[in-house]
Design a protein. Structure first.
Length: 318
């Protein structure tokens, strides 16, 4: 289905909708798409109702005109409505779609507000947010802004931002240069991106597979996103994390030293948190070791109260 928020049509997929199961909304990372979670969502259907979403500028999410893509989010006949278009949008944001403008649409704060808007309309309760990397920063921001909408938070290889001004300025500079490289030569950027130590050791075949997968992205959108969603532009949320009273599950790969250290600090900061380190995985745990995530996620979800705790859209006249 398509959900309209912030001038962007988000592609949302509800994998199943069984009663008495918690909902989990999965948010991918930079240059990813909702299909990235398929090995995980398929295996978790016994313990939750998975929902996946393509973030702005990724996958099937786009800024097509409202008239061309009606919002079927609340239509009772979806997906069998006779007017529902079998639209030809490819994962590359093809010529059929407009590039979202302005680039500020991609900021963490703006994307979090759009996510909140979609969640309010979906009315899924109890709902847990699962965010990987950049998706985790969006999930955390949404949980901080509207904690009453969520029952829990799962962060994979993510952070709460950079604390110092000098550190943020350094990261802004790095991401500006990365954006320039994407615009200059996307293949060259991808070659350097997969060599980042946080992804861990890979065979040549694994590296080429990753490059091919990430290369399906729209370079123009990726250049804008890496600048607008840069950790150098967003404030640190460590203070807010200390007062966020949601159960948090922190997941990192054993080979990702950078985020193991970040999650160690987050574990000490969140009032309620569990931390899991997965052997044989780098930054992309859900892609590298999805089977190893089933048990800790299932255990975490088993402790989520499935009884609805609030009405997301209360009627003020009642």
């Amino acid at each position: 289905m398509k959900a309209f928020a912030g001038e962007i049509y988000y592609h949302v997929r509800i994998h199943q909708a069984f009663p008495n199961l918690p909902w989990v909304l999965f948010l991918h990372g930079f240059m990813g798409r909702s299909e990235d979670f398929e090995p995980l969502t398929d295996a978790l259907c016994d313990v939750c109702n998975p929902v996946t979403l393509d973030l702005a500028g990724h996958g099937l999410s786009d800024s097509l005109p409202r008239l061309e893509y009606p919002d079927y989010l609340n239509h009772p006949d979806y997906p069998d409505h006779p007017d529902y278009p079998d639209h030809p949008v490819s994962p590359r944001l093809s010529e059929h779609s407009d590039h979202p403008k302005p680039p500020e649409s991609y900021s963490i704060g703006h994307q979090a507000m759009n996510l909140i808007s979609i969640v309010e309309r979906l009315q899924m309760d109890p709902l847990v947010l699962y965010g990987y990397s950049m998706g985790g920063r969006i999930a955390l921001e949404a949980a901080i802004q509207r904690p009453e909408l969520f029952r829990g938070l799962i962060l994979e290889s993510s952070s709460a931002g950079l604390s110092g001004n000098a550190e943020r300025e350094k990261r802004r500079t790095i991401d500006r240069k990365r954006a320039e490289e994407i615009r200059r030569s996307f293949p060259t950027f991808l070659q350097s991106w997969v060599e980042l130590p946080l992804f861990g050791p890979m065979t040549p075949s694994e590296r080429e597979t990753m490059i091919h997968h990430l290369g399906q992205s729209n370079p123009e959108a990726m250049a804008d996103i890496i600048e607008a969603a840069s950790p150098g532009l967003a404030p640190s949320r460590m203070i807010e994390c200390a007062s966020l009273h949601l159960p948090v599950l922190l997941i990192t790969g054993e080979q990702d030293e950078k985020y193991r250290a970040i999650h160690s600090k987050l574990h000490e900061t969140f009032p309620i948190s569990e931390r899991v380190v997965i052997p044989g995985a780098g930054h992309r745990v859900h892609r590298q070791q999805p089977k190893a995530l089933i048990e800790p996620i299932s255990l975490y979800l088993s402790e989520i109260n499935i009884n609805p705790k609030r009405n997301i859209n209360p009627n003020p006249t009642e």
